[in-house]
Design a protein around this ligand. Structure first.
Ligand code: SF4
Ligand code: SF4
Length: 143
């Protein structure tokens, strides 16, 4: 048995696919949806914890890829070189999970890694390119 977290990224063409049904019925997986934002006709994200037999999980991920759904393992993590941040807020505009948010009293951008679903949208949004995504290791949220 394995238990892992993933972010599923849906395109406007795949947002209405019944993937939770297939994961449960076809691959005998348990699904715990932690966060979801799906808008018809737009890109959508779903953060879920999946538990089941390793082989079933592997086959399920292959199935999702064939269906055109991007799957991001959340052991990848986002880092922000916060000492270089100019607190412009551009990254917060694309961060639907609320991991990047402006503290409006101090007018400072604050990063809460525990809310991040590693969708990667903030990377391009930052004009200084000080946000990156990589694989674990250090303390989440810091460069
Ligand atoms: S990758 Fe960036 S935009 Fe996406 S949830 Fe994490 S901090 Fe927010
Ligand atoms: S977009 Fe870049 S510089 Fe602007 S607040 Fe976000 S991390 Fe800081």
């Amino acid at each position: 048995m394995v238990k892992e977290r993933f972010t599923f990224v849906f395109s406007p063409e795949t947002y209405d696919k019944p993937i939770t049904y297939h994961l449960v019925k076809d691959f005998d997986l348990k699904l715990n949806i932690l966060r979801a934002e799906i808008t018809p006709g737009e890109e959508g994200h779903l953060l879920a914890e999946i538990e089941g037999e390793e082989d079933n999980l592997r086959r399920a991920l292959e199935f999702l890829a064939a269906e055109g759904i991007e799957v991001i393992p959340t052991h990848r993590q986002v880092t922000v070189r916060q000492e270089e941040c100019v607190h412009c807020g551009a990254c917060t505009a694309v961060c639907f999970s609320g991991a990047l948010a402006m503290n409006r009293e101090e007018w400072k951008m604050e990063f809460r890694p525990e809310k991040c679903i590693v969708c990667g949208l903030c990377i391009e949004a930052c004009p200084l390119r000080i946000i990156s995504v990589g694989f674990g290791g250090g303390k989440a949220g810091e460069a």
